[in-house]
Design a protein around this ligand. Structure first.
Ligand SMILES: CC(=O)N[C@H]1[C@@H](OP(=O)(O)OP(=O)(O)OC[C@H]2O[C@@H](n3ccc(=O)[nH]c3=O)[C@H](O)[C@@H]2O)O[C@H](CO)[C@@H](O)[C@@H]1O
Length: 364
């Protein structure tokens, strides 16, 4: 069996792609899997680390207005289509899978034009533009939330699977996780998605500068591009680092998430799925600039289930954040009911369901 998987830009598109690849490998150990991404996306780092080969193509995004950039983008799109065609023809896959991000547009489109079976996976309640367009060409559309069905016209192609995440989230025990990350205070993990969030970082740093030593310990993951500047700022506030931990990227998210008592994060769909898998309560701060404001849809869906509290970026102030953290941590009943609701929202066997869809397509 030969499979091409494409998806990239941010972790929210790459980790599901890796989870699908691992499931296929588990079922077919001799299967050949090739990833297609871009050289600038996070995938060129994460995919080889996960043990898979990746080839890169040229991609750009189109802006709404006609501009010099747009003409250049159109040229790059043609180049990307041509490069994708060559890789697909050389590799001869049985199926091509897309997990979102601009890069999977030319790859999955070209595969469908070449008559190869295709499946896309959408992680969010509100679908991304690439997947919405690809919906017209692919054989199957796997979605993660029932609420997403209304945004796709091609009802007969839809299947609700949930978001596939790394197996470790289901396997690690609390004891193993605590050994790695826990101290003698409650642990509050804070992360603004795979790229970090400037507004979350600011509110948290302001909070810690004001209150460096709390009843809880903060483990802040800043995102690589924000780290240096924040650490420079903190050089005058040594006590913040004495009582809390600040890192640029968390390579060990399954352990850190399992070890924490509360997570504060932006509302990326994969992080939310991981939170539910380990049954943690969350404060969600949707990134306001995301396409069609899709993070707010993700966040509200979890809040409606009683597993999260949502703070809009415009309301995010350090004092307010501190009061909400304390309110949740100090109310055992609330904490436990949020934990239960979070676990209840978790979908099981997602990668297996997607794998079964792949097999069905290949049999036809
Ligand atoms: C700004 C933007 O448009 N973000 C989108 C992107 O998010 P983004 O990549 O930020 O989103 P997610 O929160 O969905 O996923 C992040 C992934 O990276 C991992 N991680 C993150 C930080 C870290 O230090 N270590 C680590 O391993 C998380 O565990 C998770 O697996 O794709 C998601 C899925 O389509 C969307 O819902 C998000 O809205």
């Amino acid at each position: 069996m030969k499979v091409i998987i494409s998806g990239g830009g941010t972790g929210g598109h790459i980790y599901p792609a890796i989870a699908i690849a691992s499931k296929i490998k588990e079922k077919h150990p001799t299967c050949d899997i090739l990833f297609i991404g871009t050289s600038s996306g996070l995938e060129s780092d994460l995919v080889p680390k996960a043990g898979y080969e990746i080839k890169t193509i040229t991609v750009s995004y189109l802006r709404r207005k006609i501009s010099l950039h747009n003409l250049k983008s159109a040229g790059m799109l043609l180049k990307g289509l041509w490069e994708a065609r060559k890789i697909i023809k050389d590799f001869q896959p049985d199926i091509v899978i897309g997990t979102g991000g601009f890069v999977c547009g030319p790859v999955v489109y070209m595969a469908s034009k070449l008559g190869i079976k295709t499946l896309i996976h959408e992680q969010n309640v509100f679908p991304g533009i690439t997947n919405k367009i690809l919906g017209n060409y692919v054989d199957r559309i796997a979605i993660s939330f029932e609420e997403a069905q209304k945004y796709f016209k091609q009802k007969n192609k839809l299947v609700v699977t949930g978001n596939p995440i790394r197996e470790e989230f289901f396997k690690i025990t609390s004891e193993e996780a605590s050994l790695r990350y826990k101290v003698n205070r409650p642990l509050v993990l804070i992360v603004g998605g795979s790229g970090g969030s400037a507004s979350i970082n600011k509110a948290v740093i302001d909070m810690l500068v004001e209150h460096p030593r709390n009843q809880f310990e903060v483990l802040l993951v800043t995102g690589k591009r924000h780290y240096k500047e924040l650490m420079e700022k903190l050089s005058q506030h040594k006590e913040v680092l004495q009582y809390n931990r600040i890192i640029e990227y968390m390579d060990d998210m399954p352990y850190a998430l399992k070890a924490c008592d509360l997570i504060i994060c932006s509302a990326g769909a994969i992080t939310i799925t991981e939170i539910n898998a380990v049954g943690k309560p969350a404060i969600l701060i949707p990134k306001a600039y995301t396409a069609e404001n899709h993070q707010e849809y993700n966040a509200t869906a979890l809040e409606a289930r009683g597993a999260a509290l949502v703070i809009k970026e415009k309301d995010l102030k350090s004092d307010y954040l501190l009061s909400k953290i304390e309110e949740i941590l100090n109310n055992k009943e609330k904490l436990q009911s949020m934990e239960r609701a979070s676990l209840d929202a978790s979908k099981k066997l997602v990668a297996e369901k997607i794998y079964q869809e792949i097999i069905k397509l290949l049999k036809h």
